[in-house]
Every structure is written in structure tokens, then in C-alpha cells.
Write a protein that binds this ligand. Structure first.
Ligand code: ATR
Length: 281
């Protein structure tokens, strides 16, 4: 007697990008599907820019309930969506898509991930509020600034190219000021949080070479870089006795919201999940 294969099709979710082989998202969503015992599928799809319209045309027929979006599609997907959420509008990029009442909605979960990482690894980090110094003014900085404003911080944005920092400060308006690197020594003494969103310190890039001696004893240092996990910035901060938070947790926490939308269960960022990803770095 053969076992019937009929029944509800497993929900499918994707990560689209071009290229996509480097993505760690299948590993982390695969871990959650397995440990939660859910019959879902999460798969990487290499979608070239010219193939984007066909991908969206076939999305529902392929059984997809949503997915993640990475480079180079974070803006290009917007015309295919019925709506984008406030975070995606403010950050200027979509990284997560889900179906809501049959309509495709796009959001950005990076700010959620940024806050979830700090909340988990440095509990109480925002209790004193005050000033956050953010280094860099690219896409990651946008998410960090949006997140920090939502927790009431005043943000000092420091960037190599001052015009980029000024544009970003103007985009967010009140609460954000723009500075060049020469301002850093004067900004550090008032900071309760220092965040690196530049690529400095990343594998193959020069280290972020700044002097942290002016930071307050209670300040927290967060590096968004996670390859390697332990950057020269974080080592220097630890040597000074400061609390440090690496960047891997932002990747893990930003994935939580997407998974919850697609599969209906809110997963946890556990030590086992961190260990799984760390082993791959
Ligand atoms: P992402 O979207 O991942 O944040 P990005 O848009 O390429 O990446 O932003 C990289 C950030 O790192 C920028 O703020 C960039 O500064 P510029 O606006 O001056 O380019 C910063 N950055 C990269 N290399 C740098 C370097 N060697 N020195 C100082 N800043 C650097």
C-alpha cells in the first residue's frame, strides 16, 4: 500500500540576490525549520536583475509565501510590491517580503535586528539614552540610525565623505548631526554607544584605527562587522573594560521577523544558532 503524498504543500520562502552563494540565510532559517519541526522550505535563488519580473510573476504559483531580498535587489523589488512598511521607507531598502491578505508587502528588518542584538548581548544598553556615535553613512548606518532614533538617542554621524553624512542627517532630520572623522575625539566623551557601520575591520580591509580612551567607562561598543567576529575595534574596547557587541546577532535577529511572517512562529536566537553560524565564519 502506498502512502498518500497529498496534503498541504509546505510553505516556501526564498532569498533572492545576484550572486547568492555567499548567503548565510538558508543555514539559519533551515536551523529554525528543523528545530521547530516545521514542514517549510527556505531556499536561495540566484535571480539576475533582468529575471526579476518573471520571478515575481511566478512567485505565488511556485508556492512562495515570501522571502528575503539582498544585493542588488533591495530597491528594485519595490515596484512589484503592493506596499512597503515604514522602516523600509525610512531606511530606503527592502530586505523582507511577505504575503498579507494576498498582497505582497515589503519591509526592512535590519533596525529590528540591530536592536535585538544589543538587547540580547548588552541588556540595559539604552537605559541611559543620550548620545550614540555612528561611524559610516551607508545602508547599514541608515538602519542603525533609524533604530537609535526609535529608542530616543541623539545620533552623531561620522563619515569619511562628509556630504554623504550630511545627506543622511538631513533625511532623518532632528536628532541626527553630521561630522567628519576629525570631530571624533570631541564626540567620544559624550557617547553612551559607539557603532561601527563602515567596512573597516572586515576581513581583507584595513582595521578601524581609532583611539577609544575618551569613551566613558559605561559606554557600549558595537561593531556591525561579523567577518571576523572579533575585530580590532572590539578587542581595543574589551581591553579598556567596555561592554562590546559583535555584528553576528544583527544578522540573526533581523531574520526573526521574516520567519514569523512566513511560517507563523516566532523563532529564538539561541546559543546553538549562534554557534552554528560562528562555525561557518
Ligand atoms: P553598507 O551599505 O553595507 O553600509 P556602503 O554603502 O558601502 O556599505 O558603506 C560603507 C561605509 O563605509 C561608508 O560610510 C564609507 O564611507 P564613504 O561614504 O566615505 O565611502 C565607509 N568606508 C568604507 N571604506 C572606508 C575607509 N577606508 N575609510 C573610511 N570609511 C570607509
Amino acid at each position: 500500500m502506498s502512502v498518500s503524498q497529498t496534503g498541504p504543500r509546505p510553505k516556501r520562502a526564498f532569498v533572492i540576490g545576484h550572486p547568492i552563494a555567499h548567503s548565510r540565510s538558508p543555514m539559519l532559517h533551515g536551523h529554525w525549520l528543523e528545530t521547530l519541526g516545521l514542514a517549510g522550505v527556505y531556499e536561495a535563488r540566484d535571480v539576475a536583475p533582468e529575471a526579476l519580473p518573471a520571478f515575481f510573476e511566478n512567485l505565488r504559483a511556485e508556492g512562495y509565501v515570501g522571502g528575503n531580498v539582498t544585493v542588488p535587489h533591495k530597491l528594485a523589488v519595490i515596484p512589484f510590491l503592493a506596499e512597503i512598511d515604514e522602516a523600509a521607507r525610512a531606511i530606503g531598502a527592502v530586505n523582507t517580503i511577505w504575503l498579507e491578505g494576498g498582497r505582497l508587502v515589503g519591509g526592512n528588518t535590519d533596525a529590528y535586528g540591530f536592536l535585538g542584538n544589543l538587547d540580547q548581548l548588552a541588556p540595559g544598553w539604552d537605559a541611559a539614552g543620550g548620545v550614540a556615535v555612528v561611524l559610516g553613512a551607508g545602508g547599514a548606518a541608515r538602519a542603525a540610525v533609524y533604530a537609535l532614533l526609535s529608542r530616543g538617542f541623539a545620533v552623531r554621524l561620522v563619515n569619511r565623505t562628509p556630504a554623504t553624512a550630511r545627506d543622511l542627517a538631513a533625511h532623518f532630520g532632528e536628532g541626527v548631526t553630521a561630522h567628519d572623522w576629525t570631530a571624533l575625539p570631541a564626540l567620544l566623551p559624550e557617547a553612551n554607544l559607539l557603532v561601527n557601520t563602515t567596512s573597516l575591520g572586515m576581513l581583507g580591509k584595513p582595521p578601524l584605527d581609532i583611539d577609544l580612551t575618551q569613551l566613558k567607562a559605561g559606554a557600549v561598543v558595537n561593531d556591525i562587522v561579523y567577518v571576523p567576529l572579533d575585530t580590532p575595534l572590539l578587542r581595543q574596547a574589551r581591553a579598556r573594560g567596555l561592554r562590546t557587541v559583535d555584528g553576528l546577532g544583527m544578522l540573526l535577529h533581523q531574520a526573526v521577523a521574516g520567519f514569523a511572517h512566513w511560517f507563523g512562529v516566532t523563532p529564538s536566537v539561541t546559543p546553538a544558532l549562534r554557534a552554528l553560524l560562528e562555525a561557518d565564519i
